[in-house]
Write a protein that binds this ligand. Sequence first.
Ligand code: DOR
Ligand code: ZN
Length: 436
Amino acid sequence: MGKILLKGGQVVSSSGVFEADVLIEGGKILRVCDWGEESEAGEVFDCSGKLIFPGLIDAHVHLREPGQSYKEDWETGSSAAVAGGITTVLDMPNNDPPVVSIEDLEKKRKLIEGCSYCNYGLYIGFNGKNLEEINSSDAVAVKFFGCDSTGDMGVNDISAVKELFGKSNKLIVVHAEDAGCIEKNFKNCVEDLSQGEKITVAIHSEIRSPECAIIAVQRFCEMAERLGARLHVAHVSTEGELEVLNKFQKITCEVSPHHLVLCEDDYGTLGNFLKVNPPVRSREDIFALWKGLKFGEIDIIATDHAPHTVEEKERDYLKAPSGVPELDTLGPLLFNSINDEGLTEAEVVKLCCEKPAEIFGLKGKGRIEFGFDADIVVVDMDLERKVEKDKLFTKCGWSPYEGMSLKGWPVMTFVGGELVFKDGEIVGDKVGKECL
Ligand code: DOR
Ligand code: ZN
């Protein structure tokens, strides 16, 4: 493989934006230098007028293999990722069957190998009795569902949970919603319905109320502190959770795009297509989450990409599965927010590249610096277009952001120095590798 030069662009790091050329060799970044300093390269890509970001790292996706490839498979899911500017995804274990043993991990690994455009890491799930498997596995982290969600992997056995928190040698990523609180709210909501009235998604946010998330976060943070666990709280969605998390400096957390962009008022137009756990919240919560990003209370942005088919989402509220697809749109939403002065370029690199690499121990990822992997996304900050379902790569074929006009789109995505996505199309090979 010869040398590749990304020429005439502006490179983004967590300290800002600067003019630089980027020289790549053997899948790694060989040099970041002043414009024009390097001229020898087999292939030159003109990046003038464009921003050059480290590829985004999405620490929370559900790509549905094994078992549910009718919703998404690695080819479609990883295509959506690279189209959305993402070069590494960390995939959740709530598959069918769930990934809870070393053998399950190996099977999944074999299934995926050679099928991914982006790099990836694999989670192992906690099922209440597999601590030894977790500790001897090479999973990127362990996922613990504090209640049932899609996949019914909730673990309520408190002594088993304590054992996990006391003895896990892996980072624990928790889905924190309290099962008892959800059950109580559900009963109340059903009782409040007048005769013959049908239960609809409009009350999803009341059933899985802010309180359910806040008490679960409080409980698991206290437990982690007491038992010495390394804890990361997935998809924080409320102001109250941030207030709790502020008291636990060592515990990290993430926020998902839908909780930053959409709210309860959107059930009217999106219906079950906005059914997601934890649910979307109020405008006040959205404001608090943006503030949390700006003030460093939230460590990373991760999508929780959770595709389900249109047919599944069109079922009655109680039968429709929870989750929204997000990979295709992560980059455009972030770059649009830079144009809107919500986030800065440097904040995007911190939240979506450097910090996820640090928290999940992804060596050689998250920066455009000498020796780092050449996982790179080139962005046209002036390109403006609507989110259209025909242009999505996710197999489920819909997006909660359909029709939204966004300014700032990826135009080239490199994975390990290979161009895999260009101007709306997949152009490369499935070069994604597992991060081990
Ligand atoms: O809404 C959700 N969907 N929340 C989860 O916890 C799981 C996810 C899925 O896998 O569909
Ligand atoms: Zn999830």
